[in-house]
Design a protein around this ligand. Structure first.
Ligand code: ADP
Length: 477
């Protein structure tokens, strides 16, 4: 599978990884999840507080109910004791004394229970008022029982005084007050309990709603995280793939360069031999040859020389790929001067006019490679002139941020906009060899030199008016 296919597949699987919204969910989802979780915690705290209050209210209601029950038990005890006493008074039968004694025996225990249940001082006060009345009543009952054993009439005489009846009414009314107040307290406490229960229900509902909301936002966030992680993994996979492919390409390129260098190097010997033997033949057998044969031999020599130049350029271009181009501070003036000196003969033959705008700053470069690149630009400026016109060349520089741009300008034939990029590729030529000789490798060398020294190059040109080639490199400090 090709890299493009793999990448397309990765892209499509990324698109299908989940609903599109996962990537677009804005930060408010996180904020909403955070806020709703905070509110949920607050609600849960209030709910727990309220449940504690509800439990307390319930406990108080129960206590009050117990007070009511205990009050009733005491009243029933007094009534039972009196009923037992009456039975005995009327019949004189001992069996009626059983309930009487049982009731009078329990009354103090029941009274103590009631006393323990009472929480309010006013209630305790009321009960304290009733206690002596009960004591008196029980004493009256015991007294009449004792009298009855002696004489019915004496006992009835005591009963007829209505003192006992009066005591019962006082006890009933005293305990009735305790009971009435207990009912009031019960009503208040029941109301409070209901209020707490209602509040707890509302809080529980709110907490449930908040739990749902925060769970919803939490789910969105989790899905989003998962999708982001998936995207990161896919990106990493793609990066690894690209790196792998780049390494493979670089290796293949290096192999090709080495192959080209070897072939070029090996080709040189036979090419030079052909040229040399043709020249020797011309020299030795010259007088015996006709004009046609002379022309053929001339062509062989020319072709072999052209081939030699081409091989030399290819070798130079290949060498630049593997060569160590350690950079240092190089004054542009010395690089330009060295290049001009190297191309002195061409410039002189062409009668070119030349202007160098000095001073030129220093750059970070490899001196030899920079001279080679500048020399190629000068050589082209000298070569690509309008027929019949001498070359007019201007060299100057400009600072651009931390970079220096060196310009080589000519008033030659110019380049159409559609060709300005491709002429920097090896063997790209715009003209026939007869009109403008060359190998088509010069600008490719310029680009490779610039890029290997952390720079770049380019051209602005107008067809028929001239070209401005530039090479940009880091400042030399
Ligand atoms: P060569 O000069 O050997 O042909 P180059 O790589 O130096 O190869 O240039 C590639 C092509 O770019 C040239 O063949 C020419 O068509 C065009 N070119 C380069 N320099 C100039 C220039 N100064 N003016 C016009 N055309 C140019």
């Amino acid at each position: 599978m090709g890299a493009a296919a793999v990448m397309a597949e990765e892209r499509s699987s990324a698109a299908g990884a989940g609903p599109g919204w996962g990537r677009d969910v804005p930060g408010w989802a996180a904020v909403a999840a955070f806020v709703s979780t905070g509110l949920l915690l607050l609600g849960a705290f209030l709910l727990i507080l309220n449940l504690a209050r509800l439990t307390e209210a319930r406990r108080l209601v129960n206590i009050t109910v117990e007070v009511l029950e205990a009050t009733r038990t005491v009243i029933v005890g007094v009534v039972n004791a009196e009923t037992g006493q009456r039975g005995f008074l009327l019949t004189g039968e001992e069996r009626y004394l059983g309930p009487f004694q049982e009731a009078s025996g329990h009354i103090w225990e029941d009274l103590a229970t009631l006393e323990r249940r009472l929480q309010f001082p006013d209630q305790q006060q009321r009960l304290r008022r009733v206690r002596p009345l009960i004591e008196a009543k029980l004493a009256e009952l015991s007294y009449t029982v004792a009298l009855r054993r002696r004489s019915l009439d004496e006992a009835l005489a005591v009963v007829r005084t209505d003192e006992g009846q009066h005591l019962v009414e006082l006890i009933r009314s005293g305990l009735g007050e305790v009971e009435a107040r207990a009912r009031e307290i019960l009503a208040e406490r029941t109301l409070l309990q209901e209020r707490h229960a209602r509040r707890a229900t509302i809080l529980a509902l709110v907490c449930a709603a908040l739990a749902l909301v925060s769970a919803g936002f939490g789910t969105i966030l989790v899905l989003r995280r998962r999708e982001e992680r998936k995207l990161v993994e896919q990106n990493l996979r793609l990066e690894r793939l690209v790196h792998e492919r780049t390494t493979n390409l670089e290796e293949a390129n290096a192999e090709l360069e080495a192959y080209a260098a070897t072939i070029s190097h090996d080709l040189r010997t036979p090419v030079r031999a052909i040229g040399g033997y043709a020249a020797a033949l011309e020299e030795d057998a010259g007088p015996c040859l006709g004009p046609e044969q002379h022309r053929y031999l001339g062509r062989i020599v020319d072709a072999s020389e052209r081939m030699d130049r081409l091989i030399e350029d290819i070798l130079g271009y290949s060498r630049l790929a593997g060569q160590d181009l350690t950079t240092g501070r190089v004054p542009l003036e010395s690089a330009v001067d060295a290049a001009l000196a190297a191309h002195h003969a061409e410039i002189a033959v062409a009668g070119a006019r030349l202007e160098v705008v000095r001073p030129l700053p220093a750059v970070r470069a490899h001196a030899g490679a920079l001279e080679l690149a500048v020399g190629n630009l000068i050589s082209n400026a000298v070569k690509f002139t309008v027929p019949g016109q001498a070359a007019d060349i201007k060299i100057w520089s400009e600072q651009r941020g931390g970079m220096v741009r060196l310009w080589v300008e000519d008033r030659g034939i110019g380049i159409g906009p559609e060709h300005r990029e491709r002429i920097f590729r090896p063997f790209e030529r715009l003209h026939g060899r007869e009109a403008y000789p060359g190998t088509g490798v010069g600008l490719a060398i310029v680009r490779r030199v610039a890029e290997r020294m952390s720079g770049r190059c380019g051209v602005t040109s107008e067809l028929g008016t001239g070209s401005q080639f530039w090479i940009e490199l880091p400042e030399g400090g």
